[in-house]
Design a binder for this molecule. Structure first.
Ligand code: SAH
Ligand code: F3S
Length: 447
């Protein structure tokens, strides 16, 4: 049986796509191998969000070229965002690549590989295609936590971002199809599902009949074996009171909200074309906390966007304190081809970006630690997902606010259980606790 090896870079959506590709290839009698040296086909699923991500892919392709020199019949394919963005340019820069295809062609992966093997010439397939929901997965997948793509693409056109070019128009999958997929996952043992979309809170507005993420929460929430629902990523611009009510009213929706801010300066936000101001963002945070007081927030921030002054940056720092994020992802601005910000004046020097990055991370770490410090002494609901990494005698799981908790299961808790745990100790990257006896105490009281 011919063997394939998959290398995945980038976001959860790429992980999800890679699994589907693995499922599809297995249906066509391909066997997955974790050893690239024994593969007949190597597929690299790529990310184009920042230049560094692309550099990693090109250096991997350089390494694979050496492998191909020893094994000329090896087929090397590139899929995902770089495929869509750079198309021909990939094969020009990495001539050992035989196949380049974008996300719309994923459903036809086996056929495309056959074509390369039959015709012995490079194949490029990066056109727009119909929206196909691929739900095939490798049979052994069955995991406690799963991701489900509910919509593709993005039409927000933030001026720094390449996603609208790489992932195309915004298209939602119909709720029935998503519910079916989650049901199947639940039957295989999944307890927690994360609904994925680039602007997931815009879900459903392109469907007939129109629907929204709140309605999807309710539908998914009815699936008995699913204990928790998460979702990512939301854009503040599309956040509606109806969605806030759904977060409050659907009990399985966890109190963890990833709400990218990008910058705390209104000037920068305007140049980013984000569609909100810092005041509007704070108003939303207040509305959400009003509805769900225990909500934990995380965010994405960019430092060194063109024209960002020291004063702009200070405003971003200030927002980290004001909102009180549990978790912050900081990115140094990276010029992306074809995006409006790439040609804006006053590009910021690398050393300035590096300095701001560090300062922001410092502040974020301090604020995050304060937030987790509040959990000390609380009883929280933990979804047990395995053994502790450091001590196999202990169990490990996550709170609703997505923090790792290690605790002694005392033989009465097992993987897949929702169990109350008293938090005894707050460590920098995890919590330690003991099993609580009163299940009804379980609630993530403060994140
Ligand atoms: N809608 C998705 C966007 C994916 S990109 C989401 O909000 O998660 C993830 C993050 O990467 C963005 O929120 C942004 O902070 C960062 N990012 C996107 N383009 C970037 C660029 N050109 N330079 C630096 N960071 C960028
Ligand atoms: Fe990118 Fe903005 Fe969409 S960050 S994915 S264009 S919401």
């Amino acid at each position: 049986m011919a063997k394939f090896h998959l290398i995945t870079y980038g976001c959860q959506m790429n992980e999800y796509d890679s699994e589907r590709v693995a499922g599809l290839l297995r249906e066509e009698s391909w066997e997955l191998t974790s050893d690239q040296a024994e593969a007949d086909l190597i597929l690299v699923n790529t990310c184009a969000i920042r230049e560094k991500a692309e550099d990693k892919v090109f250096s991997k392709l350089g390494e694979l070229r050496l492998l191909k020199a020893q094994k000329p019949e090896l087929v090397i394919g590139v899929m995902g965002c770089m495929a869509q963005l750079h198309q021909h340019a990939i094969q020009r820069r990495a001539p050992s690549v035989d196949l380049v295809f974008g996300s719309p062609a994923i459903a036809r992966v086996a056929e495309l590989v056959d074509r390369v093997r039959r015709e012995r010439r490079p194949v490029l397939e990066t056109g727009e295609g119909p929206l196909v929901k691929i739900t095939t997965r490798p049979p052994a997948a069955g995991r406690l936590r799963e991701f489900v793509t509910v919509m593709e693409g993005c039409e927000k056109h933030c001026t720094f971002c390449v996603v609208p070019q790489t992932r195309g128009r915004e298209r939602s999958h119909p709720p029935d199809v998503i519910v079916d997929e989650v049901r199947r996952l639940a039957a295989e043992g999944c307890r927690e599902v994360t609904l994925l979309g680039q602007t997931v809170n815009a879900y459903g507005r392109d469907l007939t009949p129109r629907t929204d993420l709140g309605e999807l929460f309710a539908r998914v929430g009815e699936i008995e074996d699913i204990a928790r629902i998460r979702f990512t990523t939301s854009n503040p611009y599309n956040l509606t009171p109806k969605l806030i009510r759904a977060m409050r009213d659907v009990p399985k929706v966890c109190e963890y909200f990833h709400l990218p801010l990008q910058s705390g300066s209104n000037d920068v936000l305007a140049r980013m074309n984000r569609g909100y101001t810092r005041e509007r963002y704070l108003e939303l945070v207040a509305e959400i906390r009003d509805a769900v007081p225990e909500m934990a927030f995380s965010t994405d921030l960019i430092v060194g966007f063109p024209g960002e002054t020291e004063a702009d940056f200070e405003q971003t720092l200030e927002m980290v304190e004001t909102v009180g994020y549990d978790n912050v992802f900081v990115f140094r601005y990276s010029r992306r081809p074809g995006t409006p910000a790439a040609t804006m004046p006053d590009q910021v020097a690398d050393d300035v970006k590096a300095r701001r990055n560090l300062r922001l991370l410092d502040a974020a770490t301090r604020v995050g630690a304060e937030r987790s410090g509040r959990l000390a002494g609380q009883t929280v609901e933990v979804l047990v997902d395995g053994r502790s990494k450091k001590n196999a005698g202990e169990l490990s799981g996550r709170t609703r606010c997505n923090r790792v908790v290690n605790f002694d299961g005392q033989g009465s808790a097992s993987v897949g259980d929702l169990t109350p745990v008293n938090i005894d100790q707050v460590l920098p990257h995890s919590l330690r606790g003991t099993l609580a006896s009163q299940p009804e105490e379980a609630a993530c009281l403060s994140k």
